[in-house]
Each structure stands twice: as C-alpha cells, then as structure tokens.
Write a protein that binds this ligand. Structure first.
Ligand SMILES: [Zn+2]
Ligand SMILES: [Zn+2]
Length: 351
C-alpha cells in the first residue's frame, strides 16, 4: 500500500504569519522556513525553497494545510538569491501570477548567473583560485571538467528573474500590512531582512518582528565570503558590510526573529552581540597569523574551522578560502593588513 505522505510541518506564528518547513535535499541545513504573510489580496511568501520536486510538493501541501493554495499566492519577497531561498520562485509565479521582489544587487547576481557560460565561470574560478595560492591538486579537477566539457549544472542557472525591485527603507506592497525592507548586505550583496512593523501577537515587548533570512540565525554563523563578482576589483568588503548590517538590525529592537533556517527566537540583541564578538575574535586571530605574509589559501589552512583542514571536503575548501579572503579584506580596509603581490599570487601581512 502506498504510504501517506507525511503531513507538512506548518507553524502558526500568530497575527497572520505562518511558516512551512520546506526540505533542502542532501543538505545538512535540512530545510528552509518559507514564511507566509496573510494580506488583503492573498498570501505573500517570504522566500520559496529549493528547486526540487519534493520541496515543491511540501510547499504546496503546506499552503493547502493552511487553507489556501499556491494559485492564490499574491507576491513573493526574496531575502536573497541563494537557491534554498529563491529556487521555487519561478514555479510559484507560474502557478499563481504572483510578483517576485528582490534587491537589485542580488537581481544582478541572478542575471549574471543565468547569462554565464559554465566554461567562462570555470575559467574565472580557476584563475581566482590560482591567484589566492590554491595548490595545483585543488585546481586540476576544475581544469579537467572545463577541458572535457562535462560540467555539472550549477544551481541558479534557471533562477527566475524578479519583476519588482526591493527599495531599502520602503514598505513592501502588502495590502493591510506594514512590512519594511531593511538592506542587510554581507551574506550576499543584496540580502534584505523584512521588518513587520506590527505589535507582537503575544505581546512580547519590542518593535514588531523580523524575517531575517540567512542574516541572523539562532545557532549558525552565516557564510561571509567575497561577493562572487568578477568585476568587483578588490573594492567590496562583505564582512564590513555584514558587521554594519548586524548593528543596523540590532538597533531595530524587534521582539522576535523569524529566520529562514532553524527556528524563531526572541532577544535578537544578545545574538547580534555574540556574532559581533565572534568575528572580532576571528579577526584578531588572523592578525596574529599574518605576522608572516600568507596567501589566502595558507591563511585558510591555519584558521580554526569546525574540523581540521585535512578533513574539510573539497568543495568546502573553496568556500573556506573565500571566507578567509573576506576576513583579510576587512583587515586591509581597517588598515591592519596589507597586500603583497608577487609571483602571480597575493599575500597579506599584518601592518
Ligand atoms: Zn544564503
Ligand atoms: Zn539559506
């Protein structure tokens, strides 16, 4: 007998706000919390989930469990372009005619990814890795993939182009609700949090609620790497952006945070302080390492991760190096480290 599909996990957060746990296949994060905000013109979603048939089934079953239907969705507000947030937006728009809103800096990433030839992207990645001192054994598999033409399709190649722009500081067009966009760059250049400027339904003290996307999570430090923009030319400072964004969100004084992973939580100010001091410690640790000039790769090898470098899998090493670069870029902007270029690689040292 075929098994009944498990009931979708939906949570009532009160005051016309619900969440649906939409699974992310083969990913330790487990799920994206897709939030649904009731409006006078139908439900509006904050994020949509990973582009996968099982995730789609969970999302649509969740909407039905909440007494509505995907065809009734009026709009989609995207916190940032990552595929676990924006993956299903196109399918939701097809099923409902909903608008999709995103910050223009992330829309630019979506447009670039859609237009990029996978080969051009691999060339960029190989050159970039060589420039930060990655060993040949790390770059070789990418070169081989490029030469053979056997390239795994990157997620995001089919991502939907948004049709509305999120303007920082403005209210989103949600009939009967007050949802304001707060630009929080760092995790991505166009990440936004959404501030629901309405009294908390259980009278928790504070200034409304915040949909925080990946910016502020109760138990995870979001990945802060360099923005994947071949044209940024060394000007971007994602970690500086992130720390500023954290302080901005801390100042809102919201009663409760509704993040896109894990679970809702109160007292965001304490979590903001924790994250600020985490990055401060990390930056001082790096500064100590840079008493001798190091490439970003060498720095990543020496930094503290959640496991020894030798046990970090291949793909995560590329991400780790990007994170090391974002930290060293911050030190450079603060005037605490400088670049030493020579022999085709970049090194940094403390000043
Ligand atoms: Zn993300
Ligand atoms: Zn995410």
């Amino acid at each position: 007998m075929p098994q009944e599909p498990a009931a979708p996990q939906v949570t009532d957060h009160g005051g016309g706000v619900h969440s649906i746990k939409v699974p992310i296949p083969d990913n330790p994060l487990g799920h994206t919390l897709v939030h649904l905000v009731d409006t006078d013109r139908g439900p509006v979603l904050v994020d949509t989930g990973w582009d996968d048939p099982a995730s789609w089934d969970t999302l649509t079953a969740g909407l039905r469990a909440l007494g509505t239907d995907v065809s009734a969705v009026h709009g989609v507000v995207i916190t940032h372009h990552h595929p676990d947030h924006h993956g299903l937006s196109g399918q939701v728009r097809e099923a409902s005619g909903a608008w999709i809103a995103m910050h223009p800096a992330d829309t630019a990433v979506v447009r670039r990814t859609r237009e990029a030839e996978p080969g051009v992207w691999l060339d960029y990645l190989c050159a970039k890795l060589a420039g930060v001192g990655a060993p040949e054994e790390h770059i070789a598999p990418l070169r081989e993939a490029r030469a053979s033409g056997r390239m795994r399709t990157l997620p995001g190649l089919r991502a939907a182009l948004p049709d509305r722009e999120i303007v920082p500081g403005d209210l989103l067009p949600l009939a009967g609700r007050r949802l304001r966009a707060i630009w929080t760059p760092g995790h991505t250049p166009g990440h936004v949090c959404l501030h629901l400027e309405e009294a908390h339904p259980s009278q928790l003290p504070g200034n409304g609620r915040l949909f925080s996307g990946d910016h502020l999570l109760p138990g995870i430090t979001p990945h802060i790497g360099l923005y994947e923009d071949p044209d940024e030319g060394g000007a971007a400072d994602p970690l500086g952006d992130y720390l500023d964004s954290l302080e901005r969100v801390g100042r809102l004084g919201v009663a409760e945070v509704l993040p896109a992973h894990q679970h809702a939580f109160a007292e965001p100010a304490a979590r903001v302080r924790e994250l600020l001091s985490h990055h401060e410690d990390r930056l001082s640790g790096l500064l100590a390492l840079l008493s001798t000039p190091l490439t970003p790769w060498q720095l990543a090898e020496r930094m503290e991760w959640n496991r020894p470098w030798s046990q970090i899998p291949y793909g995560s090493r590329t991400i780790a190096v990007s994170e090391a670069e974002a930290h060293v870029r911050r030190l450079e902007k603060l005037g605490r480290a400088e670049r030493v270029v020579g022999g085709g690689v970049v090194r940094y040292r403390a000043v």
